[in-house]
Design a protein around this ligand. Structure first.
Ligand code: GLU
Length: 262
């Protein structure tokens, strides 16, 4: 299978912005093993800004755009250095692709991206994608950002014709209510259609360092499902769940891609 895994800042970093070493090591180990099993893997990783915040000792996620850009530029290096080192230990070669909205909106540029991705996969490399936060800004009157990596990962899944998109989040899946506030909240194991009621369930919550929430995850699900790709939301605290997810097991919430039966 061709699998896109999206990992958010809340999974990769502690609240301090510093790397959650144990978590990242566990994730890299499972991804390397899935690749050894014969799956094609693409990682969409956040964490550039969050790790830049840690490395530059900033007091929190920057409010102004230039500091955000600077944090992303610093943090992206740290992120790739870490992935290169950890995947390298399992003999996997990583590749970095940084995108802006324009790279995937114009057909020719999108094709360029697709060509690079296909070649990298043929060469058995592991592409790691993020938004190019050091230059993609909404400041100069034109929006050049995708804005968050839930949507970016769905776009990547579309571009490469992925079979499965997994969003590793700080929550176990989609619930009938916010499980942090409501004891009766129940996990929804499978979704076949994104209804207005479902959208109503998705609050706009996010953590201090990340930018996503359930609403962006449902948007990502719509994009993925439309091109026949399954999408699973699961908790990034247990990367080994990826084995069951790849095997089609009932983990988190699975959004079934259109045209799929089981
Ligand atoms: N691209 C941002 C980063 O690497 C994160 C976007 C997101 O959290 O969705 O920090």
């Amino acid at each position: 299978m061709k699998i896109v895994v999206k990992v958010g800042t809340s999974t990769l970093a502690h609240a301090t912005g510093r790397l959650n070493i144990r978590r990242v090591e566990a994730l890299v180990k499972v991804l390397s093993d899935l690749k050894n099993q014969g799956h094609e893997l693409i990682l969409v990783s956040s964490g550039a800004i969050g790790m830049g915040v840690g490395k530059l000792n900033l007091p929190g996620r920057p409010a102004d755009m230039p500091t955000k850009q600077a944090a992303a530029a610093v943090g992206q290096c740290e992120l790739m250095y870490t992935y290169d080192k950890l995947f390298g230990a399992y003999n996997h070669t990583v590749a970095q692709l940084l995108l802006t909205a324009e790279d995937v909106s114009f057909p020719q540029r999108r094709q360029n991206f697709v060509n690079a991705m296909e070649r990298l996969l043929q060469l058995n490399a592991l592409p790691i994608v993020n938004e190019n936060d050091a230059v993609a800004t909404d400041e100069v009157g034109v929006s050049t950002t995708i804005g968050e990596n839930d949507t970016l990962s769905a776009i990547v899944a579309q571009c490469v014709g992925a079979d499965l998109l997994v969003l590793l989040s700080d929550i176990d899946g989609l619930y009938t209510a916010d499980p942090r506030r409501d004891d009766h909240a129940a996990l929804i194991p499978e979704v076949r259609e994104i209804t207005p009621e479902l959208k109503g369930l998705a609050g706009a919550a996010g953590s201090a360092l990340g930018t996503g929430g359930m609403a962006t995850k449902l948007r990502a699900a719509e994009l993925a499902m439309a091109c026949g790709c399954d999408m699973v939301i699961t908790n990034g605290q247990r990367p080994e769940l990826l084995y069951d997810i790849a095997a089609g097991g009932p983990v988190g919430t699975r959004f079934v891609g259109r045209g799929k039966n089981q």
